[in-house]
Write a protein that binds this ligand. Structure first.
Ligand code: COA
Length: 480
């Protein structure tokens, strides 16, 4: 046995050199093994043996030049930071992201608006309009994989950072932008959240039929577009592993909102085929116009639903539950509310028969939900698979233990404002666990980025600093 083993495996390189025939065999064996591995794993490395969560993060090694401000862009770069990217936020000296000072609740501290959108990032202050500032920015462009920005249309070009120039400095960099509108009549407009909600079709389809259009509290224009951009960026990073080059990633807020409203464009086209029977206005005999109407609290799918009062309403503004009369659980619904005959009565037994009477049916269900708290309704309904949703206030969400446990709601400590609650990463990866770190103070990491990331020598750092490119203009200079 030992003799055989010795023949198959030369002990050392020298031994292998002496036995070229054997080495050839060994090499052949090795290369067969390698190609089998590669074909099995599509060229990927063999699976790591490290415990899950201890093998770096999904975006470890990716460096982001974060030129974003307010909400849409910062949402995107915060997500990338949670996945492990090194996000370097560039801010205007002395001012920073405007949200640092907006809706301030603790005097002298960064606002919650800022802190809750800029976790896990580093901050450097650079005046992009100062030549030495541009020197630093160019150095950063060389070192980064992605530049993300959401300035007003044309602002980046006005700084001198056109796509052509950025691409020339670093052909591998991905340049990702959020604007309000895509190419067209409104492409030069500045846009905020509610403008996008209105222009993207959300407002015209939200609210009650007899009331004005409504905007929603969910920030689908800002945070929704940030999410879209993050997906575009990781897709472009993946394509770069084959192409070796960067590309532009553009998302317009109007497009992002419309994407989230696609069921409403679906309904617009269905109107040609007749009334939208799942809308309660059908049951109420109200004629449809030629555009998708506001649907109140109707469910967007084919299962009728409505918001019903529970014990405590209307004095408690959140004592409500969303109740869905899903067809397969019609029987259990009838039993729960005390109308067992509705299970077989032809006037109620089928979804079609119920459609014209939905208002009355929901009123009957509400007389039952009013006898219980929203949590009691939740318990009784879920026991028999009836889908319902308690209307949770932000106060209740902040205190919900399961959200704390899943780290979707996290407590973060901050040197100038103390402890505050934030929303953690809602996307859970089993091998890339997100830790939520506090947002940076303005320019907190300027020195370490200049030296550790960009490698500037002390004399260069001094030259850059003396030029005023990294600091706020002095008061007397301002006055002059
Ligand atoms: N150094 C020097 N100048 C800087 C700078 C820096 N570090 N960072 C920004 N600036 C300058 C810009 O170059 C720009 O100057 P210019 O207009 O002279 O070219 C100026 O600051 C203002 O930037 P702008 O983006 O126009 O800010 P704004 O406060 O006027 O507008 C928005 C804010 C959000 C309306 C606008 O940025 C926008 O429409 N963005 C795209 C859509 C979007 O993301 N909207 C949602 C935001 S939540």
């Amino acid at each position: 046995m030992a003799k055989k083993a010795k023949r198959q495996k030369p002990k050392s390189r020298a031994a292998a050199r002496k036995s070229p025939r054997k080495m050839g065999k060994l090499a052949a064996k090795k290369s067969t093994k390698k190609s089998a591995q590669q074909s099995n794993s599509n060229g990927l490395p063999t699976p790591s043996s490290k415990p899950y969560g201890q093998n770096g993060k999904a975006l470890t090694g990716v460096r982001i030049l974060d030129f974003t401000h307010v909400q849409s862009g910062p949402t995107c770069t915060q997500l990338l930071a949670w996945f492990g990217a090194d996000v370097i936020k560039v801010e205007r000296p002395g001012v920073g992201d405007i949200t640092r000072g907006q809706l301030v609740d603790v005097k002298g501290a960064d606002s919650l608006y800022f802190t809750m959108l800029n976790h896990n990032k580093r901050s450097i202050t650079i005046d992009s309009k100062n030549p030495q500032g541009m020197r630093v920015l160019e150095a950063l462009i060389k070192k980064c994989d992605v530049l993300v920005e959401n300035f007003a249309p044309g602002a980046l070009d006005r700084m001198g950072l056109t796509w052509q120039r950025i691409n020339k400095i670093n052909p591998r960099i991905i340049v990702a932008s959020i604007k309000g509108f895509g190419p067209g009549p409104y492409e030069d407009c500045k846009v905020y959240e509610n403008v996008a909600q209105c222009a993207g079709g959300s407002a015209s389809t939200t609210g009650f039929r007899d009331g004005p259009p409504l905007v929603t509290g969910a920030q689908i224009g800002d945070s929704g577009t940030g999410l879209h951009l993050a997906l575009g960026i990781v897709s472009a990073l993946y394509q770069r592993t084959r192409s070796g080059r960067g590309q532009k990633v553009d998302v317009a807020m109007q497009d992002g909102v419309l994407n989230l409203c696609r069921v409403k464009l679906r309904d617009q086209q269905r109107l040609k085929a007749g009334p939208l029977t799942e809308y309660s206005q059908y049951g109420e005999g109200v004629a449809f116009g030629d555009a998708t109407p506001r649907a109140g609290n109707d469910s967007g799918g084919g299962q009728p639903g409505w918001i019903l009062k529970c014990k405590g309403a209307p004095e408690d503004p959140d004592a409500y539950i969303y109740f869905i009369t899903q067809a397969p659980v019609w029987g259990p619904i009838c039993d729960l509310i005390g109308e067992p005959t509705w299970k077989t009565d032809p006037e109620y037994a089928t979804p079609r028969a119920r459609l014209p009477k939905l208002k009355a049916i929901f009123a009957r269900i509400e007389s039952w939900t009013l006898t219980k708290t929203k949590f009691e309704v939740m318990e009784a309904c879920n026991a028999v698979d009836i889908p319902v949703g308690p209307i949770l206030s932000m106060k209740e969400i902040a205190a919900e233990p399961s959200l704390r446990k899943s780290r979707t709601v996290v407590e973060v400590d901050h040197p100038t404002r103390g402890k505050y609650l934030s929303v953690g990463n809602p996307i859970k990866l089993s091998d890339s666990i997100s830790e939520v770190r506090r947002s940076p103070l303005l320019g907190e990491h300027t020195d370490e980025i200049l030296t550790d990331v960009l490698g500037f020598a002390a004399k260069d750092v001094a030259e850059i600093k003396n030029s005023g490119a990294l600091s706020a203009p002095k008061k007397e200079e301002k006055a002059a």
